[in-house]
Design a binder for this molecule. Structure first.
Ligand code: ZN
Ligand code: ZN
Length: 185
């Protein structure tokens, strides 16, 4: 979906705000005693996010026709401000990562877990945007991420579904690297 600048970049305002609010709610509930638990849940949320990012990109955006249609628009016009409106994406993340935990294990773990996932999503947005829009220094982490993502866009073999990390592409053998590209073309 083509978005206005406010909706496209809205996550970068909404997500830090949500994380601060979730941390404040945890402190209000348990004081600083819950900080360790919150942090552990935060790291877990971040790690789980990397898999969600891979899974959604591979098995939803490149597999289910309804979503494929929207994602194809990004592949057709990679520098257009195309994406999911921030309130939808962040809302979905809260619905999946926060709500079920809130009613089972409480605000500290739920808030930490959701914050990790939200930060992971913001990281994905940033790395993806930088890959298509920024001038990047060869050798930097973002440059490597861009090379990976460009192979996703322009390589004949489908692969490199992970944007923030190529870890899951290695796990599921969907990593398309430059050497393989050179060997195939
Ligand atoms: Zn794609
Ligand atoms: Zn892209």
């Amino acid at each position: 979906m083509k978005l206005s600048k406010a909706l496209y970049f809205g996550d970068f305002v909404a997500i830090p705000l949500a994380i601060v609010l979730l941390a404040a709610a945890a402190i209000y509930q348990q004081g600083l005693e819950g900080a360790g638990l919150w942090l552990a849940a935060f790291i877990a949320g971040l790690l789980v996010w990397t898999f969600v990012e891979y899974a959604v990109h591979r098995w939803v955006y490149h597999a289910i026709p309804f979503f494929e249609k929207f994602h194809d628009a990004h592949h057709d016009d990679p520098t257009a401000l195309i994406g999911v409106p921030s309130f939808v994406s962040s809302g979905l993340i809260l619905a999946v990562f926060f709500a079920p935990l809130l009613f089972t294990v409480g605000i500290v773990l739920a808030g930490g877990f959701a914050s990790g996932a939200l930060l992971g999503y913001a990281g994905y947005m940033l790395v993806h945007h930088a890959s298509h829009h920024w001038t990047l220094k060869p050798g930097s982490m973002l440059y490597r991420a861009r090379i990976q993502h460009m192979a996703h866009h322009y390589h004949n073999t489908p692969g490199n579904y992970g944007v923030v990390t190529s870890f899951w592409d290695h796990v599921f053998s969907t990593n398309v690297d430059r050497r393989r590209r050179a060997a195939e073309t």
